[in-house]
Design a protein around this ligand. Structure first.
Ligand code: BT5
Length: 322
């Protein structure tokens, strides 16, 4: 109901809409309308109310309010169900639990803060309150477990496109899971799955973005390698606008994969914005480290490299430094 009140206000942004009209449109009493308006105001929405004229939405807060997001993306799939938490351990952990309990394909989990945010291989991901995007998407694709890495490439392409669109910031993609600005990390992607030997039960794709995060507050070793969108643009940026673009872009690229059984569109974007290709790179994989030239991305998202003895080989994951 609150979503319907908000939707009506958003649709009539510059004009007043009377309590009577709202109650008729939504099918609730005028007292109920008043209560929802009061709640929206408490959540930070600036709503002007004038007797005999009604209500008018003046300003929306930059919270990641699922109601506002759902109205704006008008989603048919990714983000049809959005859960928003104040503070969590890790959105990926919550998403996994929800997926195991039957959450719908395309469910999105967002938190204002993570106190146990995770990177790959047990590393931690710093996720301060209210200034970043810490979110996970539950997916249930009918694919082989070996294809899961493709989801990381789809996500990298979607996030890069979305940040460029929403902020104008010229981000690059560092294979396989980093979005960077001037060689510093602004976003990391963590893809995890629940699977049998040859079938995927669910995939969780976690996205962490430093939007308005103050990097100065980070520990010394992360400060050196991290940046934020605010630092790139020079002003605070709406997290909601970026989330909206990511969900829309991701849906487009993911459905292309599901329907056409290839990730060509995503790979083209990853190549276009790649900061790795054509360069000498150092790739760390478990305890092995190789120096090689990054040549290309294969059609399924692996990195094609030419090693020091001139042999070509593909790498499915790893730590790349340019
Ligand atoms: C990643 O791992 O880059 C994946 C990060 C995924 C985070 C999202 S947030 C929502 C969802 N829920 C989670 O719990 N996780 C996902 P990796 O490539 O292993 O990089 C981790 C390294 O990045 C750390 O060891 C630090 O050096 C650095 N780091 C940590 N926090 C950072 C931050 N906020 N910004 C930039 N770099 C950071």
């Amino acid at each position: 109901m609150k979503r319907k009140v908000l939707e009506a206000l958003k649709k009539n942004k510059d004009i007043f809409i009377s309590g009577e009209e709202l109650s008729r449109k939504i099918g609730v009493t005028r007292t109920a309308v008043w209560k929802h308006i009061k709640q929206l105001k408490e959540e930070g929405y600036e709503i002007e109310s004038i007797s005999r004229k009604g209500y008018r939405l003046l300003k929306e807060p930059d919270t990641l309010d699922p109601n506002a997001l759902i109205i704006e993306i008008g989603s048919n799939f990714i983000g049809k169900h959005i859960y928003h938490f104040d503070s969590v351990d890790s959105t990926n952990t919550i998403a996994k639990k929800m997926a195991a309990e039957g959450a719908f394909d395309g469910t999105v989990i967002i938190a204002e803060e993570q106190i146990g945010g995770r990177g790959r291989l047990g590393r931690s991901w710093i996720s301060p309150k209210g200034t970043g995007i810490w979110m996970s998407i539950v997916l249930r694709p009918n694919i082989e477990p070996t294809e899961a890495a493709k989801i990381t490439q789809i996500t990298a392409a979607a996030v890069a496109n979305a940040i460029r669109k929403a902020t104008g910031c010229e981000v690059g993609i560092k294979w396989p899971n980093d979005i960077i600005i001037h060689n510093k990390k602004v976003c990391g992607i963590l893809t995890e799955m629940g699977a049998e030997l040859n079938s995927v039960n669910y995939i969780i794709v976690g996205i962490g973005i430093n939007v308005n995060v103050d990097i100065k507050e980070f520990p010394e070793e992360v400060k050196k390698i991290a940046t934020s969108i605010r630092a790139c643009v020079g002003k605070e940026i709406s997290r909601k606008d970026i989330v909206k673009e990511i969900l829309l872009e991701f849906q487009k690229l993911y459905l292309d994969f599901i329907e056409n059984k290839n990730i060509k569109k995503s790979i083209d974007i990853c190549k276009k914005y790649s900061v790795t290709l054509g360069k000498q790179v150092k790739i760390k994989n478990r305890d092995k480290e190789i120096i090689a030239e990054a040549i290309d991305l294969t059609e399924d998202g692996q990195l094609l490299i030419k090693n020091e003895s001139g042999e070509m080989q593909t790498v499915i994951s790893g730590e790349v430094s340019v």
